[in-house]
Design a protein around this ligand. Structure first.
Ligand code: UD1
Length: 444
């Protein structure tokens, strides 16, 4: 494996200019295959959990994304050394080796954490192995606006002492964490994962009730088991972890990204055509596939993944409510709204996971979409045609919904400030142009 000296493990260098634009010209049908990358939301947690062991960990099927670069920066602060073997062609993933014989610092500074909420996931591993950690609050906001209160309640229940000072969480567990029974409020993904990770090295048994059942949470659990952890109940709402004295190194392959998969499935339903999503798993997107079938899209399992087929007929409208897995994921809400924007009829889209997650609505409206938002509900009245426009990416999933809308809009859509896309979608423009979309990246 080739060692790299680049500070972030070379991931940021692999991503392009943050202020670049993406130009999409609508009207092309999609045909061909798209390789699905490893899941960002699993890869980040696996990287954080590698802090639990003094032995090397090898992660395969790693996506090349700006967020992975951000997590690499953070882990290097703690003394983690990293080597990367790069996949070159589209569809070839990276392999990352992480090794932290000794935790040299347990400070996660504001500058890194503010860019990515997932940074907070280092708290559990640091507390469990090192007995202390000082982590900036994500986003630099007070608890309440971007809360991590469930995480903190859980760690306190495990015997940690937690103080908040100057925007930092200062945590210690000098006597070691103790197993406990904790009910996770609202089945938070991040809190379940942080607590499950920490519990692997706690004394005795931890039972997490109302735990997240998301596939990425299960993937993290399987990775921890490969490191020697004792965990049962993954994929259910009660996870039991029996603490062990230490964990060992392992080799593990990150699950395929179900949000990237779902995004390209929706892209195909929007633009029409026939696309095979190579590496995709059917079971992790069942809610989406049921909806797509209901509005006249064919979804079939192949021996390599999932095939999506849609003729040029306008989709019928359908209502959708986001919720925790296995319900429809909030991370596909914006993309599905782009599809409903050109549907035949009226669709009600309800967002129950995050507040204020309709930032894409004004941008879709600039393209001619007819959407009214009231509280947690967006009412989308389908229009015949969207029109290309200058639009602004506001967050990761919102920005990709604008690219999807551009695939069917008349004329050119220019998506500005695409750094959000680089956080979560590997080689988006290459993957879409590979199946016939008229899309290009323009350097700022
Ligand atoms: C993860 C995913 C994100 C996805 C989300 C829901 C990663 C890196 N991110 O985010 O892409 O959209 O799951 O599937 O994996 N909450 C609190 N207090 C807490 C924790 C959460 O009030 O301590 C609230 C949040 O504000 C939100 C809800 O609970 O309204 C769900 O959040 P959570 O499941 O924790 O999402 P994340 O882990 O942040």
């Amino acid at each position: 494996m080739r060692a790299t000296r680049e500070r972030d493990g070379g991931f940021k260098a692999a991503c392009k200019g943050p202020m670049d634009k993406i130009r999409v010209r609508g009207g092309n049908r999609l045909k061909g295959e798209i390789p699905i990358s490893g899941a960002k939301n699993s890869a980040l947690k696996l990287m954080a959990a590698s802090l639990l062991t003094a032995e090397p960990v090898v992660l395969k099927n790693m996506p090349r994304l700006a967020d992975i670069g951000g997590m690499s920066d953070l882990l290097m602060q703690f003394g983690v050394s990293m080597n990367i073997r790069r996949g070159q062609a589209l569809g070839q993933s990276d392999t990352m080796r992480l090794h932290v014989p000794k935790i040299e610092s347990a400070l996660a500074p504001y500058d890194i954490v503010r860019k990515m909420r997932a940074s907070f996931q280092v708290l559990g591993p640091l507390l469990a192995r090192h007995g202390e950690a000082k982590i900036s609050l994500p986003g630099g906001c007070a608890i309440g606006a971007r809360p991590v209160d469930f995480h903190i309640q859980g760690f306190e229940a495990m015997g940690a002492k937690i103080d908040l000072e100057d925007g930092y969480v200062i945590a210690s567990s000098k006597g070691g964490l103790k197993g406990t029974t904790f009910t996770v409020p609202r089945a938070s993904v991040g809190a379940t994962e942080n607590l499950m990770t920490a519990a692997t090295l706690a004394e005795g048994r931890t039972v997490l009730k109302n735990a997240a059942r998301e596939p990425e949470t299960e993937d993290l659990g399987r990775f921890l088991i490969a490191m020697g952890a004792k965990i049962v109940g993954l994929g259910t709402s009660e996870i039991t972890i029996d603490g062990v004295d230490s964990l060992h190194g392992c080799e593990y392959s990150v699950m395929p990204d179900r949000i990237e998969t779902g995004t390209y499935a929706i892209a195909t339903a929007l633009a029409g055509g026939e696309v095979e999503l190579v590496g995709a798993r059917a079971e992790s997107n069942a809610a989406l596939y049921n909806l797509l079938r209901n509005i006249g899209t064919e979804v079939t399992e192949t021996n390599r993944g999932i095939a999506i087929h849609r003729n040029g007929v306008r989709p019928t409208s359908i209502d959708v409510t986001t919720d925790v897995f296995p319900a429809f994921p909030t991370d596909l809400q914006a993309q599905f709204m782009a599809l409903m924007a050109v549907s035949n009829g009226i669709s009600h889209i309800r967002e129950t996971v995050f507040e204020n997650r309709f930032m894409h609505v004004p941008e879709l409206a600039r393209m001619g979409a007819n959407i009214r938002v009231e509280g947690d509900m967006a009412t989308v009245t389908g229009v015949d045609k969207l029109k290309g426009a200058q639009v602004m990416a506001t967050d990761l999933r919102a920005s990709v919904s604008l690219v999807l809308a551009g695939l069917v809009a008349e004329g050119d859509t220019m998506v500005n400030r695409v750094y959000h896309l680089d956080r979560g979608f590997e080689r988006l423009e290459e993957k879409l142009s590979g199946v016939g979309a008229d899309i290009e990246r323009l350097s700022a």
